[in-house]
Design a protein around this ligand. Structure first.
Ligand SMILES: Cc1cc2nc3c(=O)[nH]c(=O)nc-3n(C[C@H](O)[C@H](O)[C@H](O)COP(=O)(O)OP(=O)(O)OC[C@H]3O[C@@H](n4cnc5c(N)ncnc54)[C@H](O)[C@@H]3O)c2cc1C
Ligand code: FES
Length: 341
């Protein structure tokens, strides 16, 4: 067996490349971070997708015994989570962000609870205000970790607000039976409680390099949170706004939320079209079906960028449909809200 380290080329979206050597038994992420390459990362266990990259040359596979939250189609298309990836030959990986994006290192910040509102049958909005002197910058779509007060549990949330709204930070949280964060929000959280945050994390963020492309957002449930942040991020861009389509869905009309906020954005942004879907019991202008089935011929095309956030089956179906509609696979970004443990 050849024990020589493999040479790995890490190529960032701005063309900057880093060359590193990786021993056979190490993950690409560990070796890259040790060599000072500015890679995004957080969980180190294949679940958060922050360290995603595309293998464009060579052989590299998920380490035996590790699991990666990648869809089969993504893996087949060369996508890898570098924290659980080992090189089997010299390789080249393309990073879906610039060489400066990963320099935004995570910081700890404290915030006060401003309000807790139940906004749908199983969703709460948690509005926080950063403590004086604390700051936590983030890109639209990125997420923060929140420690559940009174416990040592940590959960990830993608702000629905944007950095320009800081020190105010808004989270949309799906309430799960028996969930640590869900129970705290429903039974113990009070205004002025202090919450510890850490971030920003994640490679799922609005890509400025696609600012002229048609934007498609597909969101299921609280997957709407990072999408709202991205739409508000686009609103801040100077000049003409790109055409945008948001397809958002929940199970029933009672489970929908933020419809007034979406209507307001439609008025602010005439290039934004919204399709609101429910799996069943549709009334009025609601579309019956999934946010994926609401995508139609003519929605996509090569000059389109898509952001998908929600449960894995929705992301999988949306990716396949968008590729069918002519959207390049490498312009489709997604985030799954997997359980934190
Ligand atoms: C990058 C990232 C960003 C996220 N952003 C958001 C966000 O903006 N809004 C949001 O609501 N959630 C988000 N999540 C999910 C969130 O971190 C928590 O997992 C979720 O809120 C449950 O926390 P909990 O403490 O209430 O329940 P837990 O104590 O974690 O779990 C309670 C029960 O529910 C199950 N469970 C947990 N999460 C899920 C899930 N996603 N799907 C199905 N079953 C589950 C657990 O296995 C357990 O049985 C995100 C996750 C990731 C990885
Ligand atoms: S750091 Fe690799 S998936 Fe989280």
């Amino acid at each position: 067996m050849n024990d020589r380290p493999h040479q790995i080329t890490l190529r960032f979206a701005d063309g900057v490349t880093h060359l590193i050597d990786v021993e056979n038994d190490r993950t690409v992420l560990d070796a890259a971070l040790e060599a000072g390459a500015p890679l995004m990362h957080q969980c180190h266990s294949g679940s958060c997708s922050s360290c995603i990259a595309t293998l464009s040359a060579g052989q590299a596979a998920t380490r035996a015994g590790s699991s990666a939250s990648l869809l089969g189609s993504e893996y087949a298309a060369g996508q890898r989570l570098l924290c659980v990836t080992q090189a089997q030959s010299d390789c080249t990986f393309e990073l879906p962000y610039t060489s400066t994006a990963g320099l935004n290192t995570a910081v700890v910040a404290h915030a006060f609870v401003d309000a807790i509102e139940r906004i749908a049958s199983n969703v709460a909005r948690l509005t926080l205000e950063l403590a004086d002197g604390d700051w936590l910058d983030f890109r639209p779509g990125q997420y923060v970790q929140v420690e559940v007060p009174g416990t040592e549990e940590v959960r990830s949330y993608s702000p629905a607000s944007i950095a320009a709204a800081l020190p105010r930070l808004e989270l949309l949280v799906r309430l799960l039976p028996g969930g640590a964060m869900s129970e705290w929000l429903q039974h113990r959280a009070r205004p002025d409680d202090v919450v510890k945050l850490k971030g920003p994390y994640g490679a799922f963020f609005l890509r400025e390099e696609h600012r002229r492309a048609r934007h498609i957002f597909v969101a299921g449930g609280t997957g709407l949170a990072p999408v709202l942040s991205m739409i508000d991020g686009i609103r801040q861009w100077g000049g003409r706004k790109p055409p945008m389509l948001l397809s958002f869905g929940c199970a029933t009309p009672e489970a929908l939320f933020c419809l007034d906020e979406l209507e307001l954005r439609r008025q602010w942004l005439p290039t934004l079209e919204t399709r609101i879907c429910v799996d069943r019991c549709a009334t009025g202008s609601l579309i019956e079906g999934s946010p994926v089935s609401a995508l139609r011929e003519g929605d996509g095309g090569p000059d389109t960028v898509a952001y998908l956030c929600g449960p894995q089956p929705m992301i999988d179906a949306a990716s396949r449909r968008l590729v069918e509609l002519g959207v390049p696979q490498e312009h489709i970004y997604n985030e799954q809200f997997v359980a934190s443990h």
